[in-house]
Design a protein around this ligand. Structure first.
Ligand SMILES: [Zn+2]
Length: 295
């Protein structure tokens, strides 16, 4: 019925006019906010601070095909604010390759092709040969103690977890108790970054005058309850007498030794260590991939 006739009065006419104006404004808003694909993207702010908004697309001319939804992350997957974006991993392992440095007397690392694409085989495989203490590796108690735990029985909870990287004065020929001054109380894992790290950058050859842990420093670490000790040399100690008192002192107490680290790109501080040595059954050592995760 047309407005202004004998049916509806002026007030009803005004209401119809207002309704038309509102519908027109709504359609105008919808058209202007059309996104690609002729849809309308509605970005909804979260009512729950832990909820993440998800875009929902409204197709004109059809019913709402997708309801606005929120993904609520379970509590165990949440980490500290922003850490998903800022956390990163630093590989502190030596790349295993024939040219790498080895401790004197240890078997060299070799690799030879068994199947080769270049020779017409369908795939690549290689035969590798290496010592149990090649490159970055762990020393389990069995390394020096006949009844000590082998590599495959090392506690993974000790090998992985919060860790402190300590910078040792570049002029110190050996790590002394005084170098432990910044080690936080209760530290379980400590990695020493010494002058060795820079020398590895300059030349990838074994050098005998490497910085190592002194026995007094090892005893101080034991007194503090440290359970994993890592260093950027191929041996944690330098002992020309061949008695290896530092290894004995640490391994006798079940401390895991991690040797052959590459720490030149690692600022001192707090990290999470991820270290998984090869599961060598009854192994006296274990080449390992070691990674530091920033916290
Ligand atoms: Zn070793």
């Amino acid at each position: 019925m047309p407005c202004g006739g004998s049916g509806p009065g002026p007030s009803r006419c005004l209401i119809l006019l207002l309704v038309r104006v509102e519908v027109g404004v709504l359609l105008l808003v919808v058209r202007r906010s059309r996104g690609p694909g002729h849809g309308v993207t509605l970005r909804l702010g979260p009512h729950n601070p832990s909820a993440r908004p998800v875009s929902s697309t409204l197709r004109l001319g059809r019913p709402l095909v997708k309801k606005p939804t929120f993904i609520v992350r379970p509590p165990e997957s949440r980490s500290s604010a922003g850490s998903d974006r800022t956390m990163r991993r630093i590989d502190i392992s030596i790349p295993l390759r024939p040219a790498m440095a080895a401790f004197p007397g240890d078997p060299p690392f070799t690799v030879e092709p068994v199947h080769s694409l270049a020779r017409g085989d369908a795939y690549h495989t290689s035969r590798i040969s290496l010592g149990s203490h090649a490159g970055t590796h762990v020393d389990p108690p069995l390394h020096f103690l006949p009844d000590g735990a082998p590599t495959d029985r090392l506690d993974l909870e000790v090998l992985n977890g919060p860790c402190t990287v300590l910078d040792v004065d570049k002029n110190h020929p050996a790590i002394q108790p005084t170098d432990l001054g910044t080690l936080p109380p209760g530290a379980v894992r400590v990695l020493f970054r010494t002058a060795n790290s820079e020398r590895w950058v300059q030349r990838e050859e074994f050098f005998s005058d490497y910085v190592a842990l002194s026995l007094p420093a090892a005893e101080e670490l034991l007194r503090r309850g440290v359970r994993l000790v890592g260093i950027d040399s191929l041996s944690v100690e330098s002992d020309p007498t061949g008695k290896f008192p530092v290894h004995h002192a640490l391994l006798r107490k079940g401390v895991i030794i991690l040797e052959g680290l590459r720490l030149q790109d690692v600022p001192p501080g707090a990290y999470d260590l991820e270290c998984l040595p090869l599961r060598l059954q009854d192994g006296d050592g274990g080449p390992a991939r070691a990674v530091l995760r920033t916290t």
